[in-house]
Unconditional design. Structure first.
Length: 232
């Protein structure tokens, strides 16, 4: 969701940041609601010195993170279910951000902040050990073998995630891609996380809310897989 007129951040992003034309209501959410909910000081443009964020802006509330929230259904559900928590959601896809803002208006939740961009920019400016739970729901699968290094379950993402998570914090991954499960098993434990729980279809977490991508996977005959890791 970056502005084409401003200098671009220092790393490649291979996903989509724009999709089909936004509806008038979605343009309204972006124009009127995003600024108040947007986490400030995350982008390189806004914080070139990469000064660490002041977490007291969230009061004493624990902070949870959702990476790639898509349409935002799971993020809003978690915010509504856990009013004592502050949730941060990251998503570079502007259509997803607009969908989230619509859901926030409908649900009236206030305990969340949005970074409408790459989670790696957020990692740069989070202090150590502040994220007490992290959700990674249906991450981009990058099916071609030569693209597997773009997946989230690689050291470029896992090392900073480990740094920003609190010792003992939970890291949940949901995916419908068997090869993603394989790579998660191979790469997440060496990054400093212990596998705690693993389940297939029907075995989601008790507080789980099925996402758009899970629904798509189920329609197309793919089976969900749920992994729970704990940061050492
Ligand atoms: C397959 S979609 C799943 C969306 C949603 N979690 C769901 O389950 O419906 C993966 C999402 O991750 C987002 N994503 C990819 N790379 C990201 C990054 N570096 N930082 C934040 N989000 C990212 C994409 O834009 C996309 O919306």
């Amino acid at each position: 969701m970056s502005d084409p007129d401003t200098p671009q951040p220092h790393r490649n992003f291979y996903g989509r940041s724009k999709g089909k034309t936004l509806r008038a209501s979605q343009k309204d959410y972006l124009a009127n609601d995003l600024e108040a909910m947007r986490l400030k000081g995350v982008t390189v443009q806004e914080n070139a010195a990469r000064t660490v964020l002041d977490m007291t802006q969230f009061g004493a509330r624990p902070v949870w993170l959702e990476v790639g929230f898509g349409g935002g259904e799971h993020l809003v559900h978690m915010a509504a279910l856990n009013p004592q928590i502050h949730l941060i959601g990251c998503e570079p896809f502007v259509n997803g951000v607009a969908m989230l803002l619509g859901k926030i208006r409908a649900a009236g939740v206030q305990n969340l902040s949005i970074h409408p961009g790459d989670v790696r920019d957020l990692f740069d400016v989070l202090p150590d050990g502040v994220v007490e739970k992290c959700f990674l729901n249906y991450p981009d699968p990058w099916p071609k073998a030569r693209h597997h290094r773009r997946r989230f379950v690689t050291p470029g993402y896992l090392a900073p995630l480990h740094r920003v998570m609190a010792p003992g914090a939970e890291f949940r991954i949901a995916t419908d891609i068997p090869d993603y499960v394989r790579q998660a098993h191979e790469e997440v434990p060496p990054a400093g996380f212990r596998l705690e729980r693993e389940a297939g279809a029907g075995g989601a977490w008790p507080d789980w809310l099925s996402t758009r991508y899970e629904q798509k996977a189920l329609r197309e005959g793919r089976s969900p897989h749920y992994l729970t890791f704990r940061r050492d």
